[in-house]
Design a binder for this molecule. Structure first.
Ligand SMILES: Nc1nc2c(ncn2[C@@H]2O[C@H](COP(=O)(O)OP(=O)(O)OP(=O)(O)O)[C@@H](O)[C@H]2O)c(=O)[nH]1
Ligand SMILES: [Mg+2]
Length: 314
């Protein structure tokens, strides 16, 4: 299961109540301690997590409440903070204010406070003053901040394998990396993005795109957002296709409709399954496509060509 969206309510800890009490016996006067502060909620970026599966059943994340104040001026303990680890590439959208927080720290994990714990209430000792030396009531603790957050994960990868279904994207991922992704001779074998690592570079295999993907056709819009944060596109076009230009344009149009900024993204065009047609046909198709950029003809059965691609991707 690949969860890339979640609605979570974050609730910081409630402040502990102040204590209403008085010294017993001969030593008169208030002695009620203050309540502890509620715990904060922090988020921390990590490169270890690649999905939001932790939120598959958890819809609320809470920090600990502050403890109540006690007699003899003893303050209550502060509630423990909660730290939520989120994969780099997450975007948090506050449902009420629309504030957007990007989790994009790639080097040093930092703690970012997203919900502040409630202040503990003052006890009768702290509340006493010259005009009221014996306060009867202590303060209640304040509620912790509560935020309804929509979390969206956009995969971050150095290279993204994109293209129509069945053009050999997953086969290429398996060849370039240690990934063992299912490959089959029919469209939509891949239904969730897969990641692989080649010499420290992350390669993402994105499920096949169809005409109308940006409007939800096929697996559609669900995965287009993952392409947004891919640095370089490896646009795969099958050499078996009768119309490689149309294939190219269908995918480019969908990327453009989804987000025109995608037009700026660097792209390498890979003419896949080059073993299925003659060298002449490869030359022809490469030359027709060359108006769109550099073309790399390739077959998973051709070690030399795979090696060439690996060199290009260093
Ligand atoms: N002859 C030949 N067949 C290939 C090559 N690359 C992939 N194939 C075959 O093409 C079919 C589709 O390959 P996949 O890697 O599953 O294609 P995909 O683009 O990931 O497909 P979807 O996940 O459905 O979008 C499989 O039967 C592969 O064995 C190649 O270089 N040469
Ligand atoms: Mg696939």
């Amino acid at each position: 299961m690949f969860i890339d969206e979640a609605d979570v309510t974050f609730v910081a800890g409630h402040g502990g109540a102040g204590k209403a009490s008085f010294y017993p016996g001969y030593k008169s006067g208030p002695d009620g301690g203050d309540g502890g502060n509620g715990g904060n909620i922090y988020i921390c970026a990590t490169s270890d997590l690649t999905t939001l599966n932790q939120f598959s059943s958890v819809k609320i994340k809470k920090a600990e409440d502050g403890y109540p104040g006690q007699r003899y001026r003893k303050s209550g303990k502060n509630g423990n903070n909660a730290t939520i680890l989120l994969p780099i590439g997450c975007e948090l959208i506050d449902q009420d204010t629309n504030e957007i927080i990007e989790v994009n720290n790639t080097t040093h994990p930092i703690l970012l406070c997203i919900c502040k714990g409630g202040q503990g209430g003052r006890g009768t000792y702290a509340l006493a003053n010259p005009s009221n030396t014996t306060p009867i009531h202590a303060e209640p603790g304040q509620p912790g901040q509560k935020r309804r957050i929509h979390i969206e994960l956009k995969l971050i990868a150095d290279y993204g394998l994109i293209g129509l279904p069945n053009v050999g994207k997953s086969s290429l991922l398996n060849q370039l990396t240690a990934a063992k992704v299912r490959v089959a001779q029919y469209p939509f074998t891949t239904v969730e993005p897969n990641l692989g690592v080649m010499n420290g570079k992350i390669i993402a295999d994105i499920p096949g795109l169809l005409e109308g993907a940006s409007k939800g056709k096929g697996l559609g819009i669900k995965f287009l957002k993952h392409i947004e944060k891919v640095h370089i596109l490896l646009h795969c076009i099958s050499a078996e296709s009768d119309d490689v230009v149309a294939d190219y344009q269908i995918v480019r149009n969908e990327l453009h409709s989804f987000n025109p900024m995608m037009d700026q993204k660097e792209e390498i065009i890979v003419l896949t399954k080059s073993d299925t047609v003659s060298d002449t046909v490869i030359k022809e198709k490469s030359s027709i496509l060359s108006k769109f950029g550099e073309i790399l003809p390739l077959s998973i059965h051709d070690f030399e060509k795979l090696q060439k691609l690996k060199e290009v991707l260093q």
